[in-house]
Design a protein around this ligand. Structure first.
Ligand code: B12
Length: 222
């Protein structure tokens, strides 16, 4: 049965058909699958498969990319309400697009993947001033600050990640938070994240979620 459910769910996601995906989930529940099985054996593998397909094919469809993460996030939220033992969230991340940058799609995909991996995400939106990243990270007791930047100037400029790093240093908070960055400029120069003072980066949402989960665990272990 699991194979048939996975196949039907993947087809719905491939067609970017959210209603059909929810219909498959309803059928799976009716057939006796647990909400835990649905999240861990159907939803997360589907995200991973779609992302690996997309990284191999530069012409892959942005709508599929986007909807896979949105559907994963929506299904996970619904299933979490039904979990027998609600899983502990792994930790907290505040994420936003750097100051001066209004691109939001990449960030939203990252958020979808993180929710499916049980990370509590606080979305600060777009055009986020550096001070706000830090203030909100403190307020929400986050372990990681995520900064998305799609333009060269918002990635390397003085108002983005560099400033977040400077504020953390000035306020003596560098041990308390890790900074992770992502977006097109970091893909063109894989060392750029170090130049702007981030602790890590990722080229896509699935790898981003993995890097972030590792960072959360690292900070919690301190
Ligand atoms: C869609 C788009 C827009 C849309 C944005 C809609 C929206 N709501 O997001 C609109 C039309 C509004 C727009 C506006 C502009 N844009 Co524009 N835009 C794009 C475009 C075509 C696609 C970006 C995108 O969504 N990619 C798809 C997502 C899924 O990919 P992604 O963001 O890279 O995200 C993935 C990874 O990078 C990673 N990731 C992303 N963020 C993060 C964060 C973390 C923490 C982690 C771990 C990972 C991670 O995971 C994501 C999912 O796998 C790009 C061209 C391109 N091909 O990149 C230009 C592009 C980014 N835009 C560009 C420009 C110049 C502009 C404008 C200035 C245009 C203008 N003259 O007005 C304005 C800027 C406005 C502003 N101040 O921000 C330039 C930037 C050039 C540069 N070198 O800096 C680009 C590269 C186009 C070009 N070739 O010239 N844009």
């Amino acid at each position: 049965m699991l194979d048939a459910i996975i196949k039907a769910y993947n087809e719905a996601v491939f067609e970017t058909d959210k209603d059909a995906a929810f219909e498959v989930v309803a059928q799976a529940l009716a057939a006796g699958m647990t909400p835990e099985d649905i999240v861990f054996n159907v939803v997360i593998p589907a995200v991973e498969e779609m992302m690996s397909h997309i990284t191999k094919d530069p012409d892959a469809n942005l709508a599929q990319h986007f909807m896979t993460a949105q559907i994963a996030s929506a299904v996970t939220e619904k299933m979490l309400e039904k979990f027998q033992h609600p899983p502990e969230t792994i930790g907290q991340l505040v994420i936003g697009t750097a100051f001066g940058d209004l691109h939001s799609l990449g960030k939203r995909i990252v958020i979808g993947c993180l929710k499916a991996m049980m990370v509590n995400v606080i979305d600060l939106g777009v055009n986020v001033p550096a001070e706000r990243f830090v203030d909100e990270a403190i307020k929400h007791n986050a372990q990681v600050i995520g900064i998305s930047a799609m333009m060269v100037h918002s990635a390397i400029g003085e108002e983005g990640c560099r400033k977040v790093r400077r504020i953390l240093r000035e306020r003596g908070l560098e041990d308390r938070f890790r900074i992770v960055v992502g977006g097109a400029p970091y893909r063109f120069d894989e060392q750029l994240y170090k130049v702007v003072g981030a602790d890590g980066w990722a080229a896509d949402a699935v790898n981003g979620a993995k890097v972030i989960v590792d960072m959360i665990r690292e900070v919690k272990a301190l």
